[in-house]
Ligand binder design. Structure first.
Ligand code: ZN
Length: 240
């Protein structure tokens, strides 16, 4: 069984379609979504319907929660809030209800998925170092857990101690735990603009990352045409 794990699509249809085509070419027979289907970019409805049509397990991201809810976005960074207000207008009531009802944590096969962290999934903490990862591991009861939220592909392991390891390719070893950030499909923030996701080959017990160029010009043009902040188009090219 080969599972493609992707998240932080953020309404970037070009990046999402590129990722799915690549996962098919890589022989993936199963798909898992790590949340934040909407927000920032210009195709929230299309991306949401594509994920739903795939029928794959999915967990809620903070932008899904914000797009699905009616609460004030005042506390949010203004550019993200502007995009979310626009996103709410693009979605049907039924789509927003679907977002609001998504679960925070799920177990799939023998691994767990969550958008942010397992210790407080509804607080949306960012895991940027091994100390953040330690809190998560205290609540991680499966050997492997996948997440997103920071938009940076990262791998933390817990053996005798917690450490961050090179995410190029991970071999799952007995006695170890793995907390893996698949990076972002639609708005990477590690300085590399290419769409990021990862593949878990459950038979070979390896996890590897994929980075893919996509039609970024079209995505940027759609952002401008929608009247969304220009900064959202610019940051895509910077990978920030
Ligand atoms: Zn996100």
């Amino acid at each position: 069984m080969k599972v493609a794990l992707f998240g932080d699509i953020h309404a970037n249809l070009e990046a999402f379609e590129t990722v799915i085509a690549d996962a098919e070419a890589e022989g993936c027979d199963s798909y898992v979504c790590l949340g934040d289907v909407v927000g920032y970019n210009a195709n929230p409805s299309e991306c949401l319907e594509k994920v739903r049509a795939m029928g794959c397990p999915i967990v809620k991201g903070n932008h899904d929660e914000d797009a699905g809810g009616d609460h004030s976005l005042e506390m949010m960074n203004p550019v993200a809030a502007q995009a979310l207000t626009w996103t709410r207008e693009q979605l049907t009531g039924e789509q927003r209800e679907f977002l609001a009802r998504m679960r925070m944590v799920r177990q799939v096969e023998d691994f767990t998925i969550v958008h942010s962290t397992l210790d407080q999934p509804n607080v949306w903490n960012y895991v940027t170092n091994k100390f953040d990862a330690m809190s998560n591991f205290s609540y991680q009861f499966t050997q492997v857990c996948f997440h997103g939220h920071t938009h940076v592909p990262r791998v933390f392991t817990r053996g005798a101690r917690v450490q961050e390891v090179n995410p190029e390719s991970i071999a799952i070893e007995d006695g170890m735990k793995y907390f893996i950030n698949a990076g972002s499909v639609g708005q990477p923030r590690d300085g590399d603009w290419r769409a990021s996701y990862c593949i878990y080959d459950m038979d070979k017990k390896v996890i590897y990352f994929r980075r893919l160029e996509y039609d970024i010009k079209t995505t940027q043009q759609k952002i401008l045409d929608a009247g969304l902040p220009e900064a959202l188009a610019n940051r895509l090219a910077d990978g920030r």
